[in-house]
Design a protein around this ligand. Structure first.
Ligand code: TXA
Ligand code: MG
Length: 319
């Protein structure tokens, strides 16, 4: 029997019993549990095989709930929240003592957002506690953008995936923190740097790839298909060198015909970066299931959401 269900009352019951439910959001599906339940939080880390030093994002239902968890809310965070919440923007803020250390991996800060998905919001509305929810994939794997992706990852170890359709944005939230009051972007995501800067002015991008970054989930190899994956500016030229391989292509707008190409995913025929972003992970999941020798991805234009797509493609291709 499938673990996918749209029974929201059942989801509430499971979460109230310190257990986990995978929930839809507008970015990717999350593996959710009560932030105040130590056993629920431990289950999240265990199920994802996630290192305990990598903190979780907390999901809240309204901006009024923010002071319960964050002890300082910079003016620029307020302006960004007004512009983008509910939505795919996560703030890293100084935490209130009541936020458990397990959730923040011992950090003095907590990552928080309000998801923009009717099912997630209805769930949060019905619960007495915020939900910690990392992306619902095993550590290092491609994030899930459909209930079926989650069910395939955790067929036996998860009680329920709450159905909420395909994720509209399709990659993770953008993460913004503050260092001595100055905003810093820690993870490129569903909201572009340009859109953030339109609200608060210039922001430093520290979307780093070093081993111990501020956002430990940004460890370089992440979001990776099992099939060896390559990123190039010129796909047609790249594949000439591999005539005998079974190749899958991940392309922006147009197809490439070549005998070695066994499958190709066009992320947006119309050339829309938002549409390409929404399709990215689902296309990676499909290509990864085909038993190909290699996946070759095309580098995107390096602006707006193209920057976020390139970031994920670089992480997927890192050796
Ligand atoms: O769109 C999203 O953000 C999705 C959905 C489910 O909301 N969640 C998500 O969670 O992407 P996760 O755990 O896969 O990524 C959270 C990132 C990690 O890189 C983590 O290190 C970082 O947020 N993070 C969490 N708390 C932090 C903190 N206090 N300081 C710095 N980085 C933090
Ligand atoms: Mg993740």
């Amino acid at each position: 029997m499938s673990i996918i269900s749209n029974n929201i009352s059942k989801a509430i019951e499971i979460l109230n019993q310190d257990d986990l439910v995978a929930i839809p959001t507008e970015t990717v599906y999350g593996l959710a549990g009560n932030i105040y339940s130590e056993s629920a939080i431990r289950k999240i880390f265990a199920l994802k095989q996630r290192p305990l030093f990598n903190p979780l994002i907390v999901h809240i239902k309204s901006i009024e709930q923010l002071p319960e968890l964050a002890r300082e809310i910079p003016e620029k965070a307020r302006r960004l929240a007004e512009a983008f919440w509910p939505g795919p923007l996560t703030f890293v803020l100084k935490k209130q003592p009541r936020v458990p250390d397990l959730v923040t991996a011992g950090k003095d800060s907590v990552a928080i957002r309000i998801p923009n998905h009717p099912v997630a919001l209805a769930l949060l509305e019905a619960l007495d506690f915020p939900l910690a929810a990392p992306s619902a994939n095993p550590f290092g794997c491609i994030s899930p953008t459909s209930a079926a992706h989650v069910a395939a990852y955790f067929p036996d170890s998860l009680k329920m995936v709450l159905e909420g359709g395909d994720c509209k944005n399709g990659i993770e939230s953008t993460i913004v923190g503050f260092e001595n009051g100055t905003p810093v972007l820690y993870r490129l995501g569903s909201i572009s740097v340009e859109d953030i800067e339109a609200v608060i002015g210039a922001i430093e991008v520290k979307n780093k790839k070093e081993v111990a970054p501020d956002a430990p989930g940004m460890l370089s190899r992440h979001y990776a298909p099992r099939t060896p994956t390559f990123l190039t500016d010129d796909v047609a030229a790249f594949i000439q060198a591999y005539p005998a391989k079974k190749i899958g292509l991940l392309l922006f707008k147009s197809r490439i015909e070549h005998p070695a190409v066994h499958a190709q995913e066009i992320l947006s025929e119309a050339g829309s970066l938002a549409e390409a972003t929404a399709n990215l992970y689902a296309a990676m999941h499909r290509l990864d299931k085909l038993g190909l020798d290699m996946i070759v991805a095309e580098r995107f234009p390096d602006h707006d959401l193209g920057m976020s797509i390139n970031d994920r493609l670089e992480r997927a291709t890192k050796k």
